[in-house]
Design a protein around this ligand. Structure first.
Ligand code: ASP
Length: 326
């Protein structure tokens, strides 16, 4: 006669296999098809470039293509809204950043998503120092002259940015608040196209992430007045820090990171995080990111938990800076 104990054992085993069948197939052998990575800005800008470098390596690890989809508009909040509302099955992700996942909170009272409540943090990809850049024939020769010039010509000068709440917008808002100027803002769908306008001399200046700027500065097609970090950047050894150049109050470094829609399974998040971390340890990926001036996150800063803390801290940091601008 079957003992109670063996019956219970058989029942448990049956239950376990039932659970295994019921578990979403996507979490078991993820990924089984292409992954879409939303980049909420135009192709060729910093977020796009960093995403492409890192996801090309992640795709090899994951054994599936990662297709970049540039969903532009409203300072990156259009693409971020799309990502927040996507299925949480690991097949739609977003590269968000200091703008979409922090600065946009105080700037958009009706933001359709909340960076902390509507996303699962996956991995920080790169820190991106901010530079004060200008068209190459902009009259000021150095940062001191730049400050005097924009103050004296406040109504005439314009500043390009990638839409309200983007990094270029938020960091120039900080600069403008320090200088007490209000230049005319010229919005683009990303600083890729904004950089083209700067190179063409169609706009005066811009606060941009380093990734976009290194090739142009080195080619002499634009001017760089200063980098807003405590140290100079190895990829731009001749560009002074804002402290060296006389404006120590202006400190700004952005960041780009992968997020998944809220509720994406922990197993999928762990798989994606491991692939991102592996990419950041790859010598070729590192070389390309470093050549463009990015700061590669240390091991302790690469976990989903560390990214959650960064988002929380960045919202707290940018809210008082940007609130008066709304
Ligand atoms: N990260 C944006 C881009 O890739 C620009 C920005 O946020 O300023 O174009």
């Amino acid at each position: 006669m079957t003992s109670i104990r063996s019956l219970a054992g058989a029942c448990l085993a049956a239950l376990a296999s039932l659970c295994a069948v019921a578990a979403p197939a996507s979490a078991q052998n993820y990924p089984t098809r292409n992954i879409t990575m939303i980049v909420p800005f135009a192709a060729g800008g910093p977020t796009d470039v960093i995403s492409r470098i890192v996801t090309a390596h992640m795709a090899q690890t994951l054994g599936q293509s990662i297709i970049i989809e540039n969903v532009v508009g409203a300072g990156g909040t259009t693409g971020s809204t799309r990502a927040a509302r996507a299925a949480n099955d690991g097949y739609t992700l977003i590269t968000g950043h200091m703008g979409t996942h922090a600065a946009s909170v105080p700037l958009y009272p009706k933001l359709a998503y909340h960076p902390e409540k509507d996303f699962e943090p996956v991995a920080l990809l790169a820190g991106t120092p901010i530079l004060i850049l200008a068209r190459k024939d902009f009259p000021p020769k150095d940062l001191k002259e730049f400050i005097a010039y924009v103050k004296a010509n406040a109504e005439k000068v314009n500043a390009a940015h990638a839409g309200i709440g983007s990094v270029s917008h938020a960091s120039c808002e900080l600069l403008n608040a320090i200088l007490q100027v209000k230049p005319v803002g010229v919005p683009f769908n990303g600083t890729g196209p904004a950089m083209n306008a700067l190179v063409a001399g169609q706009v005066d200046y811009m606060c941009d992430q380093i990734v976009n700027a290194v090739p142009q500065i080195n080619a002499g097609t634009i001017k760089a007045y200063a980098i807003a970090t405590p140290e100079r950047n190895p990829s731009l050894p001749d560009v002074p820090t804002t402290t060296e150049a006389g404006l120590p109050a202006f400190q700004a470094q952005a960041w780009n990171a992968i997020f998944a829609p809220k509720g994406t399974s922990p197993a999928i998040i762990a798989t994606l995080n491991a692939a991102a971390v592996k990419a950041l340890d790859d010598p070729n990926v590192r070389k390309r990111l470093l050549e463009l001036g990015s700061v590669i996150p240390a091991a302790a800063d690469r976990t989903p938990e560390a990214l959650a803390t960064l988002v929380k801290n960045e919202i707290a940091k940018w809210t008082p800076v940007l609130k008066p601008a709304t």
